[in-house]
Design a protein around this ligand. Structure first.
Ligand SMILES: NC(=O)c1ccc[n+]([C@@H]2O[C@H](COP(=O)([O-])OP(=O)(O)OC[C@H]3O[C@@H](n4cnc5c(N)ncnc54)[C@H](O)[C@@H]3O)[C@@H](O)[C@H]2O)c1
Length: 463
């Protein structure tokens, strides 16, 4: 927990806890009944597709990325839709005509008899919506990143941990379903490169921005701009924040709305590394850049290094994230890492692995790196595939194993807290020593201000 944003229980939720939990129990029982049909005395028919076995879901952020989830949600009951933009909401209304429509996610989360929330809003609202959903005992799928500050990540994790045995959570890092995630994890842990010493991840996406955009004369009537801003400090409307442009999130580079590549492709690419290293939080962090600090905009080019303590299968390791043109040194002058736009590399005592989301290259080095020390797994020893990433969450909502999603809020909060610490080190301009239990920087009192950000009056993460 952090001192600035202590999570508090809402006095108003859940609206009807008894109804919520009895419906939840019913869903779980029907899932446990297996694939066959069960006729209960009430005459209710259960089976995978029976109406009574479907989740009552609210989709918050219906346009944009939200549309990528319509297919999964068609197998559930979408009972509520929420978007601040009526035009972007329309495809959702056409697809789920029976759903009640909301502009304000705070009201949507109090829709009667909800089981679950799937959220695809802009990043500055993610931790707020996740935390409010947890306070209402709602299962939650949150698009990446889970949070945009250290304190937001800590607050969500703090709310989640006591409920991880009853609420299914997932952060939208769906590339995690690629089998390469498991193969990398198995190979590194099984010793194909000897003992793990360092890990590197990088992304080359560059979206330079100069500063907050000028007042463009008010939002269209179809758009609730004040609700779009939500907890963030006020900025006048400018369509430049929200226009559609393939491949980049227009609001994402501005400190009040996002964390640049750390939260964008960085979420996906660090996930590929994070899944291997089995880490929680770093104890020291250092960042460097060739850029001047811009109070409006997050850096394009950045290198952040993190030291993680040893665990039961590996030593203390250094992990380094590179973005916007910064790159790790290649293990060989005949390997051009720049050919991999978003990639990872692991260095061990007997070699390297270089990988992208779909493939990997093992590079043994030294006279003893003959691979005789490495015993590869048999087929039945391989880690099981994740399968459909979104369905992994909807199934976890009802199968009695809610925490067994690939990117639950513990895994994802640790990862994004680490990334946000990289940005804190960038802002502080020096090496930071971090106490993970307390959530405090211990060698630079002033730098603790960078673990949070300003919010507008009237908005609280502890809803
Ligand atoms: N997992 C992935 O591969 C992937 C891909 C793209 C985007 N994303 C994530 O999805 C989220 C949305 O990205 P996008 O490209 O669709 O952004 P966007 O700005 O184009 O659209 C977001 C949608 O949410 C609505 N919205 C914004 N703020 C809202 C609020 N406070 N309440 C209700 N509705 C709100 C917008 O009107 C819009 O319909 C981001 O967090 C992004 O990081 C993930």
């Amino acid at each position: 927990m952090n001192d600035n944003n202590p999570p508090q229980k809402s006095a108003t939720v859940p609206k009807n806890p008894t109804a919520q939990s009895s419906r939840r129990d019913l869903l779980k029982k029907s899932a446990l009944a297996g694939a066959g049909l069960t006729i209960l005395p009430t005459g209710t028919v259960f089976g995978q597709n029976a109406p009574s076995n479907k989740l009552n879901v609210a989709l918050i952020g219906v346009g944009g990325r939200g549309q990528a989830h319509y297919g999964t949600l068609k197998d559930e009951n979408v009972v509520a839709l929420c978007d601040v933009d009526k035009v972007k909401m329309q495809p959702g209304v056409d697809t789920f005509p029976d759903a009640k429509v909301y502009l304000d996610w705070r009201e949507c989360l109090d829709h009667d008899d909800l089981d679950a929330v799937l959220c695809c809003t802009a990043d500055h609202t993610h931790a707020f919506i996740a935390n409010w959903a947890l306070a209402r005992d709602l299962h939650c799928y949150m698009e990446k990143p889970l949070a945009i500050t250290v304190n937001e990540a800590r607050t969500v994790r703090e709310s989640y941990l006591p409920k991880m045995d009853k609420l299914a959570t997932q952060v939208g890092m769906q590339r995690h379903a690629s089998p390469n995630f498991n193969r990398l994890s198995e190979m590194v842990r099984d010793g194909v490169i000897g003992d793990l010493k360092e890990a590197y991840a990088w992304g080359n996406r560059q979206i330079p921005r100069e500063g907050y955009l000028p007042d463009a004369g008010g939002a269209p009537e179809t758009m609730a701009w004040d609700l779009w801003l939500g907890p963030s400090p006020y900025h006048p409307y400018n369509s430049g924040y929200i226009k559609d442009r393939a491949g980049c999130l227009e609001w994402n580079m501005f400190w009040d709305f996002g964390i640049g590549q750390m939260g964008d492709m960085g979420s996906h690419t660090m996930d590929l590394l994070w899944n291997v290293i089995d880490a929680e939080l770093p104890t020291s962090i250092e960042s460097k850049t060739s850029e001047e600090f811009n109070p409006d905009v997050t850096p394009v080019e950045l290198t952040s290094s993190f030291i993680f303590p040893a665990n039961d299968w590996r030593d203390k390791i250094r992990v380094t994230w590179f973005q916007g043109g910064a790159m790790p040194k290649s293990p060989s002058n005949w390997i051009d890492l720049n050919k991999i736009g978003h990639g990872v590399m692991f260095k061990g005592t007997k070699g390297f692995i270089v990988a992208d989301f779909g493939s990997r290259l093992i590079i043994p080095f030294g006279d003893t790196a003959d691979l005789t020390y490495y015993e590869s797994r048999t087929e039945d020893e391989l880690l099981p595939d994740v399968g459909n990433f979104q369905k992994q969450w909807t199934e976890a909502c009802r199968n009695g194993k809610p925490s067994e999603t690939a990117c639950n809020f513990k895994y994802s909060a640790d990862m994004i807290e680490t990334m946000c610490l990289g940005l804190a080190a960038f802002r502080a301009g020096g090496k930071l020593e971090y106490d993970p239990a307390a959530g405090k920087i211990t060698n630079n009192e002033d730098a603790n201000q960078f673990l949070t950000k300003p919010y507008r009056d009237g908005w609280t993460i502890a809803g």
